[in-house]
Design a protein around this ligand. Structure first.
Ligand code: SF4
Length: 328
């Protein structure tokens, strides 16, 4: 026998679910699948400003070169490079969310879009994010944030307005750079920075609490004072209320895509990045401290907050009035 056939590996858990997923559709480079979801509210590690995360999809077509969420494809025994080409839409998310909210503490904040963009192109076809927002629109008292790079969120502005009347809702728009060419390199299939800024403006005009995050800030690529200053000013002009940024962290799964990209586009930076990220995916020390100060000063220059500004939704005020003057 010339070749020994390797016995098929027994897949378990999320890898098994992924292997059994039904294919929904295929575009030229991207395949879409439906995957069963056991739960949609996932508890995240302590120390984050939220307790629960929601990711309506697995994988993200925007394909950012630095994306840390590529590890989620490794959980499914898929290559990290497939993160932007094999997109899994989670099934029955609205029903599951409704059930899970019933046993969740309203004081615990919920973040939508921490490991995938909830408004990536798949959302236009499968509407999983919208179906969950419709659940929140019938609720009150929750703290919800949405993080995206997409102008598709404009489709849901009316729905977001409804949610914000009875819940605290913040939208975090990620804009790493205003340089469209650089953005295309770093985030090949994400909407242009000007479209994202225009979306910030639309959201702000609709009364939604919105902020801009230049995350992740890439050392020697997007970290220049002038570039961050221009971005903060543009964010402020568009109506953003907060602006905050942190330096790139580079897990092993992300390095598999980021370093080949760096070698091709920024070869002069490879050695320095390798030295800095060899020992840890997190950057610490003087550079990080200086960057934090730089971002804080820029933010203060434009009167921007560092995080979402807490507000009382309109319908909470009604409730308070009701408490003060009970009708018996
Ligand atoms: S938009 Fe976010 S989740 Fe999607 S590829 Fe980029 S960094 Fe990853």
């Amino acid at each position: 026998m010339l070749f020994e056939v390797e016995p098929a590996r027994r897949l378990v858990g999320i890898a098994k679910l992924a292997s059994e997923s039904e294919r929904l559709e295929a575009k030229s480079r991207v395949e879409y699948f439906e995957i069963a979801a056991r739960s949609v509210l996932n508890r995240c590690r302590p120390g984050m400003p939220f307790t629960w995360t929601i990711n309506p999809y697995r994988g993200c077509e925007f394909g950012c070169k630095y994306c840390y969420a590529r590890y989620t494809h490794e959980f499914m025994e898929r290559d990290v490079e497939e993160f932007e080409n094999r997109i899994y839409a989670k099934a029955a998310v609205a029903e599951i969310l409704k059930r899970e909210l019933g046993r969740t503490d309203k004081r615990e904040a919920i973040a939508i879009g921490t490991a995938t963009d909830p408004y990536q192109p798949a959302e236009r076809r499968f509407g999983r994010t919208r179906s969950m927002l419709e659940v929140f629109a019938r609720e009150r008292g929750w703290h919800v944030s949405i993080t995206t790079k997409s102008d598709l969120i404009q489709r849901d502005i009316a729905l977001l307005g409804e949610i914000a009347r009875a819940n605290v809702l913040d939208v975090n728009m990620t804009i790493t750079t205003l340089d469209a060419e650089l953005a295309r390199m770093l985030e090949p299939r994400a909407p242009r920075p000007d479209l994202r800024l225009a979306t910030v403006k639309k959201l702000a005009e609709a009364g939604i609490c919105v902020g801009v995050f230049p995350n992740p800030i890439l050392p020697l690529i997007t970290d220049r004072e002038r570039a961050l200053d221009r971005l903060a000013k543009a964010a402020k002009d568009a109506g953003a209320q907060y602006f905050g940024g942190g330096v790139l962290f580079l897990m092993l799964a992300a390095q598999k895509v980021f370093f080949p990209f760096l070698r091709e586009r920024f070869p002069h930076l490879v050695r320095r990045y390798e030295e800095r990220y060899r020992r840890s995916p997190f950057l610490r020390g003087t550079y990080t401290d200086d960057l934090r100060v730089r971002v804080r000063k820029i933010r203060e220059r434009y009167g921007l907050a560092s995080a979402p500004v807490e507000y009382r939704p309109e319908l909470w005020e009604d409730e308070r009035q009701g408490e003060l003057f009970p009708l018996d």
